[in-house]
Design a protein around this ligand. Structure first.
Ligand SMILES: Cc1cc2nc3c(=O)[nH]c(=O)nc-3n(C[C@H](O)[C@H](O)[C@H](O)COP(=O)(O)O)c2cc1C
Length: 223
């Protein structure tokens, strides 16, 4: 698979088949993803790979916390900007509107939105759910490194015929994640990553997300 094919065929999937993903495949992906560049070669990422009963236990614990009002957060980093300015505010609203339109959840349907939000914690039905963490002592630069590593995983998944969904939602329930996966205090829960087989034709997997043009974000300086 060409790198560009992997990039262009990667979309966040939010419905997965329950077909298991063999551990060897996940291991192979991690074994290649670890060659991600990192400043000073710090390799600051850490991964908890859950599947089977362990994945179900994590999902159940978070869903229970949501239902009982148990405090699972807050996230230990700004998952989003504290203040949304343009064009970012519009972009976020647009993708949310497009997703909920596909799902037939009308504006203001808090219950419908909550139901979809909760699906995050079942990794949208994916058989493998990863949790990425980073050492608390790392600087902003190392978060860049983790992003590169995360993207490696998502692109390698395409090579394996798999799809993914990165999920910051797990950072919002980091206390439950920490307890269930025995994540030590010196690590910050960055995000989850759902990995599995997905049918791109399924709603909402066929959500088409916009992108700004090259001209919108690039400045070419030549003289
Ligand atoms: C770090 C990160 C965290 C994300 N967290 C969530 C999440 O918690 N739940 C979700 O449904 N999508 C999540 N997404 C997916 C984004 O909504 C998605 O990447 C964006 O809308 C672009 O769509 P695409 O991935 O299909 O290209 C996340 C993406 C990234 C990169």
């Amino acid at each position: 698979m060409k790198v560009s094919d992997a990039i262009l065929s990667r979309h966040s999937m939010r419905v997965f088949h329950d077909r298991p993903v063999p551990r060897e495949i996940i291991h192979r992906m991690l074994d290649v993803a670890r060659y991600a560049a990192s400043n000073g070669n710090l390799q600051p990422w850490k991964v908890y790979v859950t599947s089977g009963a362990a994945r179900k236990r994590l999902s159940a614990a978070i869903l229970k916390a949501i239902d009982t009002g148990e405090e699972g957060g807050p996230a230990e980093y700004d998952v989003y900007p504290r203040v949304f300015t343009e064009p970012f505010d519009q972009r976020r609203k647009k993708v949310g509107k497009d997703l909920y339109t596909l799902l037939n959840v009308p504006k203001g349907d808090a219950a419908g939105m909550a139901k979809q939000f909760k699906k995050n914690f079942e990794f949208f039905g994916a058989p493998v759910g990863m949790i990425l963490t980073i050492d608390r002592g790392m600087g902003n630069g190392q978060w860049v490194d983790c992003g590169i590593f995360l993207d490696n995983l998502m692109l390698l998944a395409r090579e394996e015929g798999l799809h993914t969904c990165p999920q910051a939602a797990f950072a919002r329930y980091q206390k439950i994640v920490r307890r269930e996966l025995h994540v030590p205090d010196n690590e910050i829960v960055l995000c989850g990553l759902a990995i599995g087989y997905a049918d791109a034709a399924e709603v909402p997997n066929n959500l088409v997300t916009d992108r700004a043009t090259v001209e919108d974000f690039s400045i070419f300086l030549e003289s």
